[in-house]
Design a protein around this ligand. Structure first.
Ligand code: ZN
Length: 402
């Protein structure tokens, strides 16, 4: 099959396995490593595109599952695609919808053909196949279309993991053929990224990545990680997934976006990330600082006449005191959600900028050590709870796997 060159990655520097580059897409360039804020419903929650630009983001992600159900692909196409509809006149990546179907939709049924499911909004019945997922994303006018894949969660049985990989591999050529057909009819069809899976077995992970590496896609995504597994398992699976991927194509680690995971992902050779975490936790008043996440509603911020993070150059920290943010969250005022989201996204973008500069100056290893020496990850407790649930679910006495 012919290569579909619609996304050009220029590698500008490497340091160890970490890479810095420039990804050229139809609606603009993205400096890498890059973090993509998530605009689930064609909006990064609580921000407008001016705010999103202001934090330094150059590409946003939108969710096919949500947008196909509401307002629908035909409407979005009539309004000039997701990018113009939401007045974010920059690059947009859309996911394939598969992950949300497996986590949100009711009564989903998987077959070789695709997946049928009922909407979480009104129960209406829908189908998604590789061909349909690609057609929807083309209607959305995505700069990057993602192939439809099947993700097996952490705790899935051996058989479920193997079956998820088999379908992902069976569907990938169908995604590519459908994209080529649609792309031939469009002036700016954007790029198509494939996804590798493989569950939590290093051999299968490597096999899936080799399968993807041989196919004519514009970029390679690693799916099915950060779904509740311990950090060391994720690190091992990431390493074996990245290793077979071609160096000249962008690498995208899906659904990963805690500060420590971003540093670890870049160290492993990943170029692109997305995650709802920075925006989701912001709306709960959890704000990033160089030392870790803080809770702005805590009593110690009530009278603090200083920014949340004295080192931060974001609009929020440059303008408001921690005491004011504390007040907004205590009073559940809408402005609090916006200001917290601006801060968290800017914090994440500054991590990306710091990593990029360190890679280009050959100081990534020391920057990596500096970050980890100071930053206390917030989700160790959550991860431990997830592992406990997993062990419980695996208990032979219960006879269930989820
Ligand atoms: Zn800030």
């Amino acid at each position: 099959m012919e290569r579909l060159v619609k996304a050009q990655l220029t590698i500008e520097g490497t340091d160890g396995r970490a890479r810095a580059g420039r990804l050229t897409l139809p609606r603009g360039d993205v400096l890498t490593p890059a973090f993509m804020p998530v605009g689930t419903q064609a909006t990064v929650k609580s921000l407008d595109p001016h705010d999103v630009r202001g934090v330094g983001a150059q590409i946003v992600l939108a969710n096919t599952y949500h947008l196909m159900l509401r307002p629908g692909a035909d409407l979005i196409e009539r309004f000039g695609g997701v990018s113009h509809f939401m007045r974010w006149e920059g690059p947009v990546l859309t996911d394939s919808g598969g992950f949300q179907i497996f986590s949100l939709a009711a009564n989903r049924k998987l077959s070789d053909e695709g997946v049928t499911f009922h909407s979480h909004l009104d129960g209406s019945r829908h189908e998604l196949s590789p061909e349909r997922a690609v057609a929807l994303q083309i209607q959305f006018g995505s700069d990057v279309t993602m192939a439809l894949d099947v993700c097996a969660g952490y705790g899935a049985t051996e058989r479920e993991q193997i079956e998820a990989m088999r379908l992902t591999h069976d569907w990938l050529p169908r995604n590519i053929a459908a994209f080529a057909e649609e792309a031939a009819r469009r002036e700016h069809p954007g790029a198509l990224f494939g996804i590798c899976q493989g569950g939590f077995d290093p051999n299968r992970r490597a096999e899936s990545a080799r399968f993807l590496a041989d196919l004519p896609v514009d970029g390679c995504a690693i799916g099915g990680l950060s779904v509740g597994e311990p950090k060391d398992v994720m690190a091992e699976m990431l390493d074996v997934s990245v290793e077979p991927l071609p160096t000249e194509k962008p690498r995208y680690l899906m659904g990963v976006g805690s500060p420590e995971d971003l540093w670890n992902g870049v160290a492993a050779g990943v170029d692109m990330f997305d995650c709802v975490l920075p925006t989701r936790v912001a709306r709960r008043g959890a704000l990033y600082t160089p030392d870790g996440r803080i809770s702005i509603t805590a009593a110690r911020y009530r009278e603090l006449d200083e920014p949340v993070d004295a080192e931060c150059d974001c609009y929020t920290c440059q303008t408001y005191s921690a005491a004011y943010l504390h007040h907004l969250f205590r009073a559940k005022e809408l402005l609090g959600y916006r200001l917290a989201t601006i801060h968290n996204l800017r914090f994440i973008q500054r991590q990306m900028e710091t990593m990029r500069a360190a890679i280009l100056s050959g100081t990534f290893a020391s920057a990596f050590s500096d970050f980890h020496a100071r930053y206390q990850p917030a989700n160790q407790v959550v991860a431990a709870e997830q592992r406990a649930r997993y062990r419980q679910a695996r208990d032979p006495n219960t006879g269930s796997v989820r």
